[in-house]
Structure formats: C-alpha cells, structure tokens
Design a protein around this ligand. Structure first.
Ligand SMILES: [Zn+2]
Length: 173
C-alpha cells in the first residue's frame, strides 16, 4: 500500500497506449490487488473521486471510483473497473466543468453524455455492468478517456491549452 506520485500533464506517459490485464486467475492476482490498493490510497490522498492506473504511471487498463459516487456508503471500498469499456451512452448531453488529478486546480467545461453504462471486470474477475447518470456518467467517460490517452485539455482550443500549461508550470514551481 502506498500513495504514489500522480503523473501530471504534459508528461507524455499520459498519452501512452494502455493494455488489458490478462490474468489467468484475477481473484488471486496479488499484483493486481497491489495496483488497486495504490490507486485507492493515491485517490484518497489527493481527494479524487476516481483515478486511472495510467495516472500513477501504470499502463494496465484499470480505474477506481469512490464508493459514494457509485451509490455505496462512504466507508465502502472504492469500486475497481478492470478492462473497462463503455457499453452504452445517451445521446442526451450536458456541459459541466470537469477536473482531473493530472491537472491540479484546472477545470474545463466538457460536454458529456448524461447517462453512460460501463462493462468491466471486478477484482474477483467477474464481469459486471453499471449505469450511471450525471456525475457518475461523467466520471465513467472521463476515466475511459484516460485509457485511450484522451485528456481534458483535448477539449479546449490552443489558447486555453497554453494558459493551462502556464498555470501548471507556475503552480509546480
Ligand atoms: Zn483524469
């Protein structure tokens, strides 16, 4: 268990291709469990709602979302999504400000489907499907984007990108 360093933009790691987790016995895969625990510890340490493995420099296809956001209680363990894919999303969309742990202090207005469904494996290796709306649907689409190297900065024009780059550089100094 460890709080890991979050990879922040414009680190090129965030654009690397990710790969599915291929485990013969996922429920007993200690390596995958360790990744899950690191993701949870890091997400809590930075007060995030969700985090993808690539954000701690691990290219395996996995993200976690805190339990309260997926309808559980705050004391429940965050939910793991392994090899996730969007199985459905609504045509209806809404625009809202969106943050990302890889862009500390930056919020970007992004249009997303108001409802989305994700299919994934859990830590026991079982396939499940979950539908979310509003914030959760947004979180699904955001975390899925990380798996294909798509970032919040890709939704804004070059001028705003430059401003974000300057802000992150200034804040990191
Ligand atoms: Zn993010």
């Amino acid at each position: 268990m460890a709080v890991r360093t979050i990879v922040t933009w414009p680190d090129p790691v965030l654009r690397e291709p990710t790969r599915p987790i291929e485990s013969a016995n996922l429920s007993e895969d200690e390596d995958v469990r360790a990744l899950y625990r690191d993701l949870v510890d890091t997400m809590y340490a930075y007060s995030g709602v969700g985090i993808a493995a690539i954000q701690i420099g691990d290219l395996r296809q996995m993200f976690v979302i805190e339990a309260a956001a997926v309808g559980g209680s705050e004391s429940d363990d965050p939910l793991a999504f392994i090899n996730p894919e969007i199985s459905w999303q609504s045509d209806e969309k809404e625009r809202a400000d969106e943050g990302c742990l890889s862009f500390p202090g930056v919020f970007v207005p992004i249009e997303r489907s108001t409802r989305a469904r994700v299919r994934a494996l859990n830590l026991a290796g079982e396939s499940f499907e979950l539908e979310g709306e509003g914030l959760l649907a947004r979180a699904f689409q955001h975390e899925l984007d990380h798996l294909t190297g798509r970032l919040v900065v890709d939704f804004v024009g070059p001028l705003k990108q430059k401003m974000i780059r300057r802000k992150l550089k200034r804040d990191a100094a």
